[in-house]
Design a protein. Structure first.
Length: 132
């Protein structure tokens, strides 16, 4: 039986209405695919706390998690991911890449132009549907 991993992802929008996107590095699983930044939820950890911790650890910035936007389950070859996308505000610092190969801010209508990790695709579609 495959392990299910609970992962939180941040939807951070700047004042220009661009969303923060992160390119997975060669050293990560699913290299060269884009994702919303975030990470694994620790045992008994609150989803919002987990997201705020992950962004601080990985990108040296402080965010404030606001609300769950979208949740989906995706089955990969070796594990299952439960992805919880949470809208968040950047409250201190500028996101810095440490684990990721690249960070970009992208207009919502252009999100589809990136090659997203499969678990993130439904979230991106939901974000684009918000424009309609």
């Amino acid at each position: 039986m495959k392990e299910t991993v609970q992962v939180v992802a941040a939807i951070i929008e700047n004042k220009h209405h661009e969303i923060l996107c992160a390119l997975r590095s060669q050293h990560m699983s699913l290299p060269n695919m884009w994702e919303l930044p975030g990470g694994k939820v620790k045992d008994k950890e609150n989803l919002f706390t987990a997201l705020e911790r992950e962004l601080y650890e990985e990108m040296s910035c402080r965010i404030q998690a606001q609300e769950v936007f979208y949740e989906n389950v995706h089955e990969y070859n070796t594990f299952i991911i439960q992805l919880i996308a949470i809208k968040a505000n950047l409250i201190q610092g500028v996101p810095q890449k440490s684990e990721h190969a690249q960070l970009i801010w992208l207009q919502r209508e252009n999100l589809i132009s990136l090659r997203w990790a499969p678990a993130d695709v439904p979230v991106v579609k939901a974000l684009m549907d918000e424009l309609k």
